[in-house]
Design a protein around this ligand. Structure first.
Ligand code: PEP
Ligand code: MG
Length: 754
């Protein structure tokens, strides 16, 4: 097909020439508006750029009063231009002045123009400005003109993103792309990280906008689409997709979209008009994004994420880049920003250069957050952050107070540098506590254990002064492995852990896979509700091979010393019997083949499923100890998804009902002479830890970084007095009793740090 250079194509050709000219930014902008006006036979063409203070400033005009340039402005949402920028949607009006949003700017002399077409200059779903054409006569701009103006807007956004227009900013206020943004969200993992944004799913930045040969670009797009369709079909027909499930639904949607004629036609058109295939994908996706952002249907808005992913895949096909997280070339002070991510994906990053993590959707008990906390990485939560930042932007994550500063101003940064120094001093104070006994002011001993799961955690045993490891999450090792770890590898790893612990106890939790802990190399079944699904001990009982190898490795590694094991997600006591039978059998085999057995084998159960609360005596008669997994127990008791940020602060575990439930476990432990521990995240926060000690817990396990603050709290705590207060509160009306407030009031009155 020979494509004649007319209409939009001719305009793009000219724009390209202007972009290449060695001229200053104002002159370039002036030439661009002249070109657009001439091409669209408009009397006026104006460009407004969005400043960091939310004001749209007239940067160039052909047709309006030239004196108004850099003088005339509108606020975001004000007038037609402000409305276009705020809604990120075009406006095409025959009679602009009768539109309710019309605002009269006398200095521009625009009152004589009747028809109006304005389109947003978009980047990653955000408006960076607006470009407008106007005519005196009442005319409706046709599809081709809208298309031409949208393409021009794309070129203008590129100019803004490249920083060229910054030089024109006369008011000392930068353009919107440089605007500092502060987002408050949940505080997920303590600490402060200062660094630069690394987008977990990097946007493919299209910089080559203009095509040399439309036919070739059409062909490239066709090939890339074919490649994309094949890869989706391949994913759909892979064995692990055999079951219906959400994953499959998403892929079906992808397939439908990849075959959508309208989508392909719009991209073809953009190429015919002069864009490269990459720029055409970007342009059409930009329009999709704005169309779908405006929809109120949450399902469709959710699907936008899928479409974004599809467009990204298509761009990667075109640019020949492999898919998946790009973890290479990250800066030395990376703050990874993502909508959401699995724990294993976090572990793909080089720990040495990782300063922090910011997630849109996560809570304190999401596994990725638990892993980050174990690694001492500050984590913050910030809604909508991904589309507001660019790779390389400066960013600060304050995981202690739940604040994220994107592109922070100098004084904010200085304040944080000071805060980091202060925290380092605090860490020194905690370190000084390390070798002190963990005894309350009134002489009650509390065992402080740490949670672990990776070899990087082990040095923390000495550094934190933990009494031992109360929860060793064995699945983490499996999650970072490329393939299922073999018996010898597992044995070696468990030996290393035991050696590092020396005389200190280590409680290994049997594999807790399933739910949100997916092993990439195991065929996982797509489940409707994975947290309530085929996971942990349920999976282990049905696939005994996996558990057998793990038990054998642990028994061999603990030869001659104590072995403590616990079962995750126990729901019925019968499951303990099954594990116990398998353990006895494996112990017999290990001994038979010549390895001396452990000096003692203790089998415990986690209490994570509410069902167990009504079979505590039966459970305790079967196990050597129990450990409350308060993350899951609370999620199931409150029917509140631990990974859903909308639920993060809705229900408080430091509440009368939850503490009554936990106390019933402590009481059952006393009745049955069974040691009771707790290893959820609430043990690591001084305030909730106070509640746990008050209801009778004497052994808790937490992230290593929490041991200092919890010890600092308990050494100044009169526990008998707090117990009396909490007993009273637990007997009172649950609906009227704010247990958290009662405890914090007590702590304030007694100068207890929390
Ligand atoms: C828990 O559920 O409280 C627990 C400790 O286990 P995990 O967080 O690994 O699910
Ligand atoms: Mg759990």
């Amino acid at each position: 097909m020979r494509v004649p250079a007319t209409g939009p194509r001719l305009l793009l050709k000219r724009l390209r020439e202007v972009m290449a000219e060695p001229i200053g930014p104002q002159e370039r902008l002036d030439k661009i508006v002249q070109l657009i006006a001439a091409n669209l036979v408009a009397e006026v063409c104006s460009v407004y750029a969005l400043r960091a203070d939310g004001v749209l400033e007239l940067f160039a005009t052909e047709g309006l009063n030239p004196e108004a340039v850099h003088q005339s402005s509108l606020r975001l949402g004000q007038g037609l231009v402000g409305t276009i920028a705020a809604q990120a949607k075009p406006l095409n009006l025959k009679d602009a002045q009768s539109h309710p949003a019309f605002a009269y700017l006398p200095e521009t002399g625009e009152e004589i123009y009747s028809s109006f077409l304005g389109v947003p200059m978009l980047r990653a779903g955000r408006s960076l400005g607006v470009v407008v054409v106007q005519n005196k006569v009442n005319r409706e701009y046709g599809e081709e003109e809208v298309e031409a103006l949208e393409t021009s807007a794309m070129v203008l956004s590129e100019l803004v993103a490249a920083g060229e227009l910054e030089a024109l900013n006369t008011r000392g206020v930068g353009l919107d792309l440089t605007r500092p943004i502060m987002v408050e969200g949940a505080a997920l993992s303590d600490g402060i990280g200062l660094g630069h944004v690394v987008l977990h799913e990097p946007r493919v930045v299209v910089t080559n906008l203009f095509n040399e040969d439309a036919d070739r670009e059409l062909e490239r797009l066709k090939e890339a689409l074919a490649g994309l369709r094949i890869s989706i079909d391949h994913m759909l027909t892979r064995g692990d997709m055999a079951d219906n499930g959400e994953h499959r639904d998403i892929l079906e949607v992808y397939r439908m979209y990849a075959n959508d004629r309208g989508w392909v036609r719009r991209m073809d058109e953009a190429i015919v008009n002069g864009l490269t295939a990459e720029a055409a994908v970007e342009k059409v996706q930009s329009e999709n994004r704005t169309r779908m952002y405006g929809l109120s249907d949450p399902f469709m808005r959710e699907r936008l994420h899928d479409f974004e992913d599809l467009a990204r895949r298509l761009l990667r096909q075109l640019m020949g880049k492999s898919q998946g997280a790009l973890t290479d070339g990250a800066p030395k002070d990376a703050i990874v920003v993502a909508r959401n991510m699995g724990a294993a994906e976090l572990l793909d990053y080089d720990r040495a250069g990782l300063r922090g993590l910011v997630l849109e959707h996560a809570t304190a008990t999401s596994h990725v957050v638990i892993v980050a906390r174990a690694l001492g990485i500050p984590v913050g939560q910030a809604a909508g952050i991904v589309s507001r930042c660019e790779n390389g932007d400066a960013i600060i994550v304050d995981g202690t107070d739940g604040i994220v500063h994107l592109r922070p101003a100098g004084d904010v940064e200085a304040a944080y540098v000071e805060k980091v120094r202060f925290q380092a001093r605090r860490q020194e104070q905690y370190a000084a506590l390390r070798d002190q006994p963990s005894r309350t002011k009134d002489g009650i001993e509390i065992e402080l254990l740490m949670n672990a799961g990776l070899s990087v955690d082990l040095p923390q045993l000495d550094l934190s002064g933990a009494h031992g490891i109360g929860l060793f999450r064995t699945e983490l090792q499996f999650m970072i492995a490329e393939a299922l770890p073999k018996l010898k590898e597992q044995q070696k790893f468990y030996s290393t852990v035991l050696e590092a612990a020396g005389n200190r106890p280590v409680t290994f939790r049997l594999l807790d896979v399933g739910g949100d802990k997916v092993l990439p190399y195991l065929n996982s079944v797509a489940e409707e509700n994975p947290a309530l699904g085929w996971r942990a001990v349920r999976f282990a009982i049905d696939r005994p091979g996996l558990m057998r190898v793990q038990l054998r490795s642990l028994l061999r590694a603990a030869s001659g010393r104590e072995l403590r094991l616990m079962v995750p997600m126990t729901t019925e006591v019968d499951e303990i019997d099954k594990v116990r039978a398998m353990l006895n059998k494996e112990a017999g085999l290990v001994e038979k083949f010549g390895t001396p057995p452990p000096s003692d084998i203790l089998l415990g159960s986690m209490i994570e499923v509410p069902h167990l609360l009504w079979q505590l005596d039966e459970l305790m008669s079967r196990v050597d100890f129990v450990s409350v997994g308060s993350n899951d127990l609370f999620q199931f008791m409150a029917a509140s998804d631990r990974t859903n940020s909308l639920m993060a602060d809705r229900y408080n575990p430091v509440s009368v009902p939850f503490m009554r439930a936990l106390k019933s476990i402590v009481d059952a432990g006393k009745r049955n002479d069974t040691p009771v521990h707790l290893c959820g995240e609430i043990a690591g926060r001084p305030l909730s830890a106070m509640a746990l000690f008050a209801i009778g817990f004497r052994s808790v396990s937490m992230p290593p970084a929490a041991i200092g603050p919890v010890k600092a709290m308990l050494t100044s705590l009169d526990l008998n007095e707090l117990t009396r207060i909490c007993d009273e509160a637990l007997a009172a009306d649950a609906g009227r009793t704010d247990l958290g407030a009662i405890i914090s009031h007590f702590a304030d009155a007694n100068s207890i740090p929390y």
